[in-house]
Ligand binder design. Structure first.
Ligand SMILES: [Zn+2]
Length: 168
């Protein structure tokens, strides 16, 4: 098993036999965001589960995606449960809908990832700058030789659809 990784006081360990996440993080370390694409129906999925959630086929290949998307939802963490995040509060956590495969296989579906919203230098983005509809791109936070975390940062592209944030 690769050495466990220390991240903000937490130990992140992905077992050798957990190929779904081990390979995902290794691609991220090479600064590629990848999804599993079903060999039968062609749809991508996230998280990288074993079987296709739509057609149950077990065949798949890694597919690199652009890492560009839109904030679909978010929350502001005011009280961090993990001690390592206490000095980040308040900080945003975002649900990002990737540009690829929006509205497939149904109008309500898409490829969505949860991540931190960070500045380009990987500090937490100010909570006042977060809103549903704002555009983001992936950035990679390198943690070890075999692991990086995909995070997202705001872009200067115009927002999509209705822009909304909780005032206050
Ligand atoms: Zn499928």
């Amino acid at each position: 098993m690769p050495e466990p990784v220390q991240y903000r006081g937490m130990t992140l360990a992905v077992p050798d036999n957990d190929s779904e996440w081990r390979e995902f993080y290794a691609h991220a370390r090479a600064h590629r965001l990848v999804m599993r694409r079903c060999s039968a129906c062609g749809l991508m999925r996230y998280p990288p589960t074993h079987a296709c959630p739509w057609c149950m086929d077990l065949g798949w290949t890694w597919q690199e995606v652009s890492g560009r998307g839109t904030i679909h939802s978010y929350e502001i963490v005011a009280h961090a449960i993990q001690p390592g995040f206490k000095d980040w509060t308040p900080y945003p956590v975002v649900l990002v809908e990737l540009d690829e495969q929006r509205g497939q296989p149904t109008p309500d579906e898409g490829l969505r990832l949860v991540a931190n919203l960070v500045t380009p230098d990987l500090r937490p983005e100010a909570d006042k700058n977060v809103a549903i509809g704002k555009r983001v791109r992936v950035v990679f936070q390198d943690l070890a030789d075999h692991m990086a975390l995909p995070q997202f940062t705001l872009t200067d592209e115009p927002a999509e659809g209705r822009v909304w944030r909780l005032e206050g």
